[in-house]
Ligand binder design. Structure first.
Ligand SMILES: Cc1cc2nc3c(=O)[nH]c(=O)nc-3n(C[C@H](O)[C@H](O)[C@H](O)COP(=O)(O)OP(=O)(O)OC[C@H]3O[C@@H](n4cnc5c(N)ncnc54)[C@H](O)[C@@H]3O)c2cc1C
Length: 393
């Protein structure tokens, strides 16, 4: 792994302090309140994030973001991933595709999102379209200077705290990939929140289901261009997959740390359980798997910083799937072993092992399931061969 520069080490130390000192102490109360965080705490922590300059890290400085490299973003996300209940998301980072915004959209949406006065969510998934995001039932039909959106979107992460969504809708199938992204204000006429379903985890945000009934959106709200919706969503997926891998590595590191400390102090049959091989093997496997996942995560982050040509970006796309697959599956196994090492305590909500056991499960589902990552990897292997994926560019 390429060694961190002094600046990167400082960034990691700063983020880590914030996570350990200011976010982790809120975990248990947030969990027991089913993810609810009071407004005063949210505001206080948002102010701290601005003070620490950890907001909008992936968007360009010219747009109001921090313009971090992929490696720097990975460093921050790795630390963020150590807090349960998605408390790390208090370091808000609007979707990377906002970099395609027009100057008018930057003023209305992107800059306020970077500053934290507006919030985004991303609406792709529908009742009939999940893994296959290439065809949408949600339609956008041109009407003079506006577009009329109709459809139903599921699992809108942060939809409860956002005030606009980036919506992927079907447009003319003959133009581009047949999909277009729109900025859609969530207070627009015709938007109905169907419900706020309960999920396995208790995160600080919800995932509402939303119906769009003749929602009018100005043409000025088209993000990118007509017919580039799927292409831009794929770019968002690629970015998210690397950051998911980073957060999974952070979570696994914390789990291994805590399980090791517990094993060294928990005495059964007259000895610390750390002395028993059954426990050692679980810790050793977890550490070894984390090492591999972390190396690949930083490797792909570095490759993403370097990728310039279309072919390099395609390779990075496939490798991001490899890293997301490896890291999310690794974190699931590590969490399972941590629960086992903590014994009965591992089944209690006040312990991070229990919370991560539930929370990490979705990492194998969202931004493409493990099966979908394997399909992407296999397709790229057939096209480009082994060397393109495991060798240098
Ligand atoms: C907590 C949570 C938050 C989410 N947040 C968002 C969000 O903010 N915005 C958004 O748009 N979406 C969001 N999603 C949706 C998420 O991205 C989808 O759930 C995911 O892509 C899978 O789609 P699906 O649920 O429709 O499952 P399906 O596509 O119906 O898949 C069901 C099963 O079939 C498998 N499968 C499907 N196709 C194949 C194939 N070709 N070969 C082999 N197996 C296959 C899948 O791997 C899976 O195991 C969220 C989901 C969850 C759970």
């Amino acid at each position: 792994m390429i060694p961190f520069s002094d600046e990167q080490k400082t960034l990691r130390a700063k983020t880590r302090r914030f996570v350990y000192d200011e976010l982790m102490p809120l975990e248990v109360q947030t969990e027991l309140a089913e993810g609810k965080l009071d407004d005063a705490t949210r505001k206080r922590l948002s102010a701290r994030v601005l003070e620490l300059e950890l907001n909008a890290i992936s968007l360009p400085r010219a747009f109001g973001g921090r313009g971090f490299s992929w490696v720097e973003q990975t460093i921050v996300n790795e630390e963020m991933g150590k807090a349960t209940n998605a408390l790390g998301w208090l370091m808000w980072d609007p979707a990377i595709v906002l970099k395609y915004a027009t100057p008018d959209q930057i003023a209305r949406y992107v800059r306020p999102s970077c500053e934290g006065t507006r919030g985004d969510c991303y609406a792709i998934t529908e009742p009939a379209h999940g893994s296959d995001a290439s065809v949408m039932d949600t339609t956008a039909t041109r009407d003079g200077d506006d577009w009329i959106l109709n459809g139903e979107k599921w699992h809108l992460t942060s939809g409860d705290v956002a005030d606009y969504a980036v919506v992927q809708a079907a447009t003319d199938a003959n133009i581009g990939d047949g999909n277009t992204l729109f900025f859609m204000d969530l207070n627009s006429a015709g938007i109905e929140i169907i419900d706020m379903p309960k999920y396995m985890h208790n995160l600080i945000v919800e995932h509402p289901r939303v119906r769009l009934n003749n929602v009018r959106v100005p043409h000025a709200n088209v993000l990118g261009a007509i017919g580039r919706g799927l292409e831009l969503s794929k770019e968002w997926f690629r970015h998210e997959r690397v950051m998911i891998a980073a957060r999974c590595c952070g979570a696994a590191a914390r789990l291994i740390d805590e399980a090791t400390d517990f094993a060294k102090t928990r005495v059964q049959f007259g000895e610390p359980i750390a002395n028993y091989q059954a426990i050692q093997f679980m810790l050793a496997d977890s550490l070894t798997e984390l090492y591999a996942a972390r190396l690949l995560t930083y490797d792909i982050a570095h490759a993403s910083d370097e990728a310039k040509t279309e072919e390099e970006i395609k390779r990075v796309h496939a490798k991001s799937s490899m890293v997301k697959l490896l890291a999310s599956e690794m974190a699931g196994r590590v969490a399972d072993r941590a629960v086992q090492i903590f014994g009965g305590r591992g089944y209690m909500r006040e312990f991070a092992a229990e919370r991560f056991f539930r929370e990490l499960r979705v990492e194998r589902i969202w931004e493409g399931t493990s099966e979908i990552q394997r399909i992407i990897i296999a397709n790229s292997l057939y096209k480009r061969g082994v060397e393109a994926h495991v060798g240098d560019f």
